[in-house]
Design a protein around this ligand. Structure first.
Ligand SMILES: [Zn+2]
Length: 226
């Protein structure tokens, strides 16, 4: 959130960084103002107040990386303080949320990808660190098994890793099952699919449940050996 002050009466508040060039109205004195592309407060109407221009501002928004982009729904009431066209603002927020969600990967997806990357880069200690404390031992065996498959399939650092949610709801469940497809860059030949069960750790991180993963990997490996 960007902390702002009404340029006329000085009343304080904050707006999400994607409110650049959006029309803001002070609740105290009803002064119309806006944040320009550089994040400066300017009295009066924004140059263009429509969703089309609001959407094509990826550049300006990313130049504001210092600000907290990880805005949550809980922050919306604060933004509403200055957002008199409340319904419209909510619509814009929703649209921006939509694009944020589809452009960035969720935490559980990032974690599943990082787990596979540690296998491909042959970093066993990193892999084990991703596992729940009580499954660390299984994590070592699992790593050896997966790394064997990675070597057999000759997956390198340019392999494409696509994590998919297979089971569970990341927002409410503490257990998820991810299916991660690892394929060679530029080819569909011999992709490997790895089941990655994740458990929410005490710090809210997604951790690898290596005991379940090892069981799944062993049962998946068995038919291949015939
Ligand atoms: Zn004011």
């Amino acid at each position: 959130m960007i902390p702002i002050e009404c340029p006329k009466c000085g009343r304080g508040g904050s707006v999400p960084p994607d409110r650049l060039n959006a029309r803001l109205v002070c609740k105290a004195c009803h002064t119309v103002f806006h944040l320009d592309n550089t994040g400066r407060m300017v009295l009066g109407e924004p140059e263009s107040f429509d969703m089309k221009t609001n959407k094509s501002r990826a550049d300006e928004v990313s130049s504001l990386a210092d600000f907290d982009l990880a805005q949550t729904w809980n922050d919306i009431p604060a933004a509403m303080k200055y957002g008199v066209p409340g319904v419209l603002l909510a619509v814009i927020l929703y649209l921006n949320f939509g694009s944020m969600i589809s452009s960035g990967k969720a935490e559980h997806e990032n974690r599943a990808e990082a787990i596979l990357k540690s296998v491909i880069s042959n970093n066993k200690s990193k892999f084990v660190a991703f596992a729940t404390p009580d499954s660390a031992e299984s994590a070592e065996s699992l790593f050896d098994l997966l790394h064997g498959d990675v070597e057999k399939g000759q997956f390198g650092s340019d392999a494409l890793i696509s994590p998919q949610l297979f089971n569970g709801a990341p927002e409410k469940d503490s257990d998820l099952t991810m299916l991660v497809v690892v394929s060679k860059n530029g080819g569909t030949e011999g992709p490997m699919t790895v089941t990655i069960p994740l458990k929410k750790g005490s710090s809210g991180d997604w951790l690898l449940d290596a005991t379940s993963a090892l069981t799944a990997a062993q049962s998946a490996a068995t038919p291949k050996k015939k």
